[in-house]
Design a protein around this ligand. Sequence first.
Ligand code: ZN
Length: 296
Amino acid sequence: MAAKADRPQVRYESPAPKVARIVLDRPEKRNAQGTLMTYQLDAAMQRACRDDAVSVIILAAEGDHFSAGHDLSMSEPPAAGPEQRVTLWDQYEGPGWEGFYAREREVYLEITERWRNAPKPVVAAVQGSVVSGGLMLMWMADIIVAAEDARFRDNTGSDMGVPGVEFFNHPFELGVRRAKQFLFTGGWLSAHAAAAAGMVNEVVPRDRLQDRALALAEEIARTDRFTLKLIKDSLNAAQDAMGRRQAMQGAFANHQIGHLQNMLLHGFPIDITRLPESVRRHLEAALAARKAGDGG
Ligand code: ZN
């Protein structure tokens, strides 16, 4: 089960003075986010934040789709090596629910929270489908520019028996009532509907997406770098004062209950009975192989 670690899944570019561009570069898998992409993205964010010459970060994606969400293929190691880990909650091989909980807490909840709290403004440029875990990647950005063909859904509830993705920002992105419909149905939200709800700043033609994101980043970069940090921190603090962080902790606990319910009913952390037969067979085989191996 060797992972294809040869080709980077994240590119780092410098398209203009003071602007860094981080590109999800796994288009053959619709930019599904596995362990390799997660930690390459983390390294790119650290690089951009630590570079004094960078004021603004663009987050873009190669291919027709921004991200299909978390990579459920189990084809990569479940966690980064110890040298890449930031958290002290890293008992990923712990017994019972400890390992699963520790991993989800770090690689989905806390790492996304750190990116959201990156001191420099992040402009996301999104196109095509943005599904479930892909929303978390997009939501960590401060400003979102969407192509007209962008569409959004979180089907973890409707198709997998888990009550929404780990970084539970839905009510703060969409408002509570829209978030309920979004999660109850798992249905698609169009780019224009997302803009109307306040989740997206601008909708532009697909062929103008990258140019518009860059122009916006350059405009922002004209503001003093440290002042930008103070503005971002103040606005994030305002959102946190509205209860975002505490609400997210509660939702994460419910998310774990959802996973545990699926373990009890289906022997798997998600409800695989609703997934296509071929996907279900693949996951069952991968799980059996992992159990038969070293347990990692
Ligand atoms: Zn989960």
